[in-house]
Every structure is written in C-alpha cells, then in structure tokens.
Design a binder for this molecule. Structure first.
Ligand SMILES: C[S@@+](CC[C@H](N)C(=O)[O-])C[C@H]1O[C@@H](n2cnc3c(N)ncnc32)[C@H](O)[C@@H]1O
Length: 223
C-alpha cells in the first residue's frame, strides 16, 4: 500500500521590488539569510500577530518582514535606538561614516531607515520604535507571532533581548536569531549562547538553519 505524502510547502519569495530594495539597502544580511527570514516571516504572520524585530539599522531586514506583513495584514514592530552597536562605532569594522549625524556627532540610522521603507512603499506596514530594546520590552504587553533578534551582539544585549522579548512569543510563534556562530573563529558567540539557551529550555524546536540565521518555533511555555 502506498502512503500518502504531504507535498512540501512551496518556498515563499518576496516580491521582486522588495527583494531589489533589500539588496540595495545598507546592512549586513546576505541574500540567502534574507530569503530564509522572509520565509519565516510568512509562516509566522499566519498567526495574525505582530512580527517584532530588534535591530532595525537602515531597514534592510525590515523590508522583508514588511513585505510578509503586508500580504498577511499584520504589523511589523521594529526596535532600535539608532545609535549603532559597539562594532558600528567609529574605528570599528562595521562603522559607516555616512550614517553619522553632524549635529550630535553620533550615529543616527533613523533617516536612512525611513528612506528605505518609504522608497519601497512599505511604511504603512511598519511601526518603528526608537529606544533601547529592554526598555521597550518592559512596557510591551501583547503576544507576538515572531521575535527576530538582531540587535546588540554582546552577552548583555543578546541576553536582555531574549529575556525581554521571547516571553511574548505566542505558541507556534517563531524565534529567529541572526549571527549564530557555533565556531568562535566565525564571530562573536553571544547570539549562539541565547540560541543554545532557547533550545535547552525545552520551549523551542529548531525548524531551519541558513548561514548564521536560526529559526526556532515555540512548542511550549517558558524561555
Ligand atoms: C546588526 S544591526 C541590525 C541589522 C539589521 N537587522 C539588518 O539586517 O539590516 C544592529 C542594530 O541594533 C541596534 N542596537 C544595538 N543594541 C541595541 C539595544 N540595546 N536596543 C536597541 N537597539 C540596539 C543598533 O543600533 C543597530 O542598528
């Protein structure tokens, strides 16, 4: 007797205009990870709940979340103080002098983010919150369909993002973590440590690995 097999789910793709905008935007996420993020956002958006991003920067990854949110009529909440992470400050590898505000002399990625979203016609689907992630998490009350962690990459920041936002993730919601490097030769390991903690909690199961992007699904309560 032959057993009926479920056909694999077709891989979701962002609209070509959004993907072109993603590729043109300032940021650090390669295309394969962007497509995996988009697929996760499409899946999470089916829960009908907001999709939360920590680490907006200039909006590169936000574009993909917004495209998925538009199709499902949900909202992206993206949180950033827009002053840059440690490794983006002057003298560090990821510093970009074009996003320094001449008035304050500090990094300010908010104007570039606004241009990115405006030019892609996706402003309507995104609520940008300017502030420190733990402060925003402390006043956030609702359930989330997705938590995408791509903010500060020190243990202090990654742990605060995990502890602040993961408790808001609904059952079946997706926890997506960027820059997960099991081998310290590939990069800092704070995101890897929160990824291990999530898996070790018994509250999450891994559903995909693409480059340094890990997608976990909530399978039970707790963090
Ligand atoms: C790696 S970038 C985000 C890249 C973006 N997701 C993309 O793919 O284009 C990290 C961002 O996190 C922000 N950030 C770092 N620590 C933060 C914190 N504690 N609260 C809010 N934003 C923070 C920085 O300002 C920076 O813009």
């Amino acid at each position: 007797m032959t057993q009926a097999r479920r056909a694999p789910e077709p891989v979701a793709q962002p609209g070509p205009a959004t993907f072109a905008a993603f590729e043109a935007a300032k940021g650090f996420m390669p295309a394969d990870e962007g497509l995996a993020l988009y697929g996760a956002a499409v899946r999470a958006a089916r829960l009908g709940l907001p999709l939360l991003e920590v680490g907006t920067y200039c909006g590169r990854s936000t574009l993909l979340l917004a495209d998925a949110a538009r199709a499902a009529d949900v909202t992206v909440i993206t949180v950033d103080h827009h002053r840059g992470s440690e490794e983006q400050q002057p003298g560090w590898e990821y510093h970009d002098p074009d996003v320094v505000d001449p008035h304050s002399g500090l990094m300010d990625t908010l104007p570039a983010f606004r241009r990115t979203l405006h030019d892609a016609g996706l402003e309507e689907h995104v609520v940008a919150v300017v502030g420190r992630s733990p402060r925003v998490a402390a006043v956030w009350g609702g359930e989330l369909g997705m938590v995408f962690v791509d903010g500060g990459h020190t243990d202090e920041h990654a742990t605060a993002d995990y502890e602040g936002w993961a408790p808001h993730l609904a059952q079946d919601g997706l926890l997506v973590i960027h820059d997960v490097f099991p081998d310290p030769a590939d990069g800092g390991r704070a995101p890897y440590r929160i990824y291990c903690r999530a898996l070790g909690s018994g509250a999450f199961e891994e559903i995909s690995v693409t480059g340094s992007l890990r997608v976990l699904q909530r399978t039970g309560p707790g963090i």
